[in-house]
Design a protein around this ligand. Sequence first.
Ligand code: NCD
Length: 341
Amino acid sequence: MASTETSPHAARYPAGAQAFPHRDLIGIGQLERHEILFLLDEAEQWVTLNRQPTKHNDLLAGLTVINAFFENSTRTLLSFEIAGKRLGADVVNMHAATSSVKKGETLIDTAITLNAMRADAIVIRHGSSGATQLIADKVDCPVLNAGDGQHEHPTQGLLDALALRHALRERGEAGDDFTGLVIVICGDILHSRVARSNLLCLQALGATVRLCAPPALMPTGIEAMGAEVYHDFDAALDGADVAMMLRLQTERMSGQFIPSAREYHHLYGLTKQRLANAKPDALVMHPGPMNRGVEIDSEVADLIDRSIITRQVEMGVAIRMAALDVLTRRGRGVEGWGAVT
Ligand code: NCD
């Protein structure tokens, strides 16, 4: 059975439930550095399992996980579903498009309904910032945020950190701590929960984060979160270790934020030529879905040894397995995992 002893760095966390004293996973903002490292370390065993021909563990057998997605998703929904199934849970997906939400049911009534079905964990994606917390306040089981509006997408931040750590370790670098790394996050920062969760996660692990966007797509006052703000992408990339690209979230935009996709690509698209401003071995990341030819060129997205975009997807399953395991420990009565403090 998974326990804190399975973590390679167990010595640096408090024991048992104190290693992760939260019932829910709503945002990276609620986590301490050692709690982030705990989840990353817990995920390592699942990276290993997922690389085996038979990928199964019955840790969550008999438990019901509900994925309630009020917004479209490919990677996140599939990976939460695969994560739950690989751990032996019964996984049920609720798509808002075909649910009673379309019949006018309120979010709170939906939450009460899910709760009455006695789920052991509920994974929520919703278009409104704060919706996940609202549901968490109404239910009795752990709630995992799979993206709420422009607020947070914590498992994305964690999986990106895990993908980066793996890539660095493969290069023989320590990879455990990101101190000294310069990471550029470029794109539609204003509408991006991924940018927010990554900023918090990467900074907690020691990295310097540069945010780059046209002025209209940069949240005002974001410097207060410790980010370095750039509007010139070439300058932002200068000497960078990682370029993380984000999509233009047009479905969240009301009105015109950029002159045209072509113009945007000219100034903010990651081309091979532009990547040359970064360190010679700089890594390329993207949470997906990618708009090739807009924020990133295909020849960069597919660069062997530099692009870790598919590895991010791989790590997503492992991180979600770790999150489901850790958050259900109290409910499963795992020794040392008492009540939330
Ligand atoms: C992101 C999201 O939904 O926030 N995608 C993801 O989860 N991998 C980013 C996006 O939609 O652009």
